[in-house]
Design a protein around this ligand. Structure first.
Ligand SMILES: C[S@@+](CC[C@H](N)C(=O)[O-])C[C@H]1O[C@@H](n2cnc3c(N)ncnc32)[C@H](O)[C@@H]1O
Ligand code: SF4
Length: 324
């Protein structure tokens, strides 16, 4: 699905490698959620949200800073009434726009997403979906169907593999092909501030079954099913081996809903605030970011892992990672 633009690629390389600045701004566009997933900590946060004008101003700043992609990713973007206005403004500045949603309001708001270039929807199961997300699967499907209408790029469905949905992983790949969408996988991350008892219920504990499921996904990828992940990444997920050098903070500027800049979704210590200026925060936090990354035990979030391997020009990832 990736469309290669030499102009965009050279601009991205200039920003990353010469200016040593990130190309993506991942934004906590709001601070609330209409689902309370057991494995997620974001819905528990009580942060302020920016006014529309503050976000438009942030986009202006991000443009000057050299950001190329604007990603609205937490907590639940479809809860923001002014989302279409924000996305339209981002596109008018020349950003490539993306967002991820839980899909609960998708059917209702699909017609408002014309300015979202790349839309991801969390789909963590079929039979297991309602237990995991508390919503009827058919309702979610209706939202995806509505969102498909008139879109420039195929939708991506993202499945977090857990102990609850191993049976649904392969059927989801087939479903993705039937629906004409792409699919990504990433494993449940058990490092957040969630009650450990929760991980005992939903964590991946049957390792043999898990590895078999991942082997199957790897085979389906080789057979040409619409899985965006690279084989290198899927193999790392199967082996739970974080065998890459992390460049998350080289690639992505993480801005929270209340304007703090953080290293990444796991290392959330503040690097500075947007009111201090993106350039200032970026330049003054170089050492801090490098220290955080060096000391980090690693993660397997696909955006970070695949992005980091692209940053390092890993040939297989460049050839087979299909997103944006
Ligand atoms: C925090 S959500 C925000 C967007 C939206 N509310 C949604 O559910 O898609 C972004 C992504 O993080 C994933 N996520 C949340 N908690 C996770 C965890 N503990 N391990 C792995 N992925 C997780 C979600 O499944 C989703 O794909
Ligand atoms: S829908 Fe998304 S943000 Fe909300 S609780 Fe679930 S994973 Fe977290």
């Amino acid at each position: 699905m990736r469309t290669f633009s030499p102009i965009l690629a050279s601009r991205a390389l200039w920003q990353l490698r010469v200016k040593k600045r990130p190309i993506v701004m991942s934004h906590g566009i709001n601070a609330r959620c209409n689902m309370h997933c057991d494995f997620c900590e974001y819905w528990k946060e009580e942060k302020d949200e920016m006014e529309t004008g503050d976000i438009l101003h942030l986009l202006d700043e991000a443009k000057k800073f050299g950001i190329k992609y604007y990603n609205a990713w937490t907590v639940e973007p479809l809860l923001r009434e002014d989302l279409p206005r924000i996305m339209a403004y981002a596109r008018s500045l020349g950003f490539i726009t993306s967002m991820i949603t839980n899909g609960k309001l998708l059917k209702q708001r699909a017609h408002e997403l014309d300015d979202v270039d790349y839309l991801s929807v969390s789909v963590d199961g079929i039979d297991s979906y309602k237990d995991i997300r508390g919503m009827d699967f058919d309702e979610l499907l209706a939202g995806i169907e509505a969102a498909k209408y008139g879109r420039r790029n195929p939708i991506l469905i993202n499945c977090v593999i857990s102990g609850q949905n191993l049976e649904d992983v392969e059927p989801l790949v087939h479903l993705a092909r039937e629906l004409g969408v792409w699919i990504s996988f990433e494993p449940l991350d058990e490092s957040g501030g969630i009650d450990p008892a929760v991980w005992e219920i939903i964590g991946i504990r049957d390792n043999v079954k898990y590895e078999n499921v991942l082997d199957r996904v790897i085979r389906l990828k080789k057979e040409g099913y619409p899985i965006i992940n690279s084989l290198t990444y899927l193999t790392m997920v199967r082996d739970r081996n974080m065998d890459f050098r992390c460049h998350a903070s080289d690639l992505i500027l993480n801005v929270t809903s209340d304007g703090w800049i953080e290293n990444c979704r796991l290392k959330t210590e503040h690097l500075g605030h947007i009111r201090d200026g993106l350039v200032n925060v970026w330049e003054s936090s170089r050492e801090q970011r490098s220290k955080i990354t060096k000391e980090c035990e690693g993660c397997l979030f696909f955006g970070y892992a695949e992005g980091s391997m692209l940053y390092d020009f890993k040939p297989e990832v460049m050839a087979h990672y299909e997103w944006i």
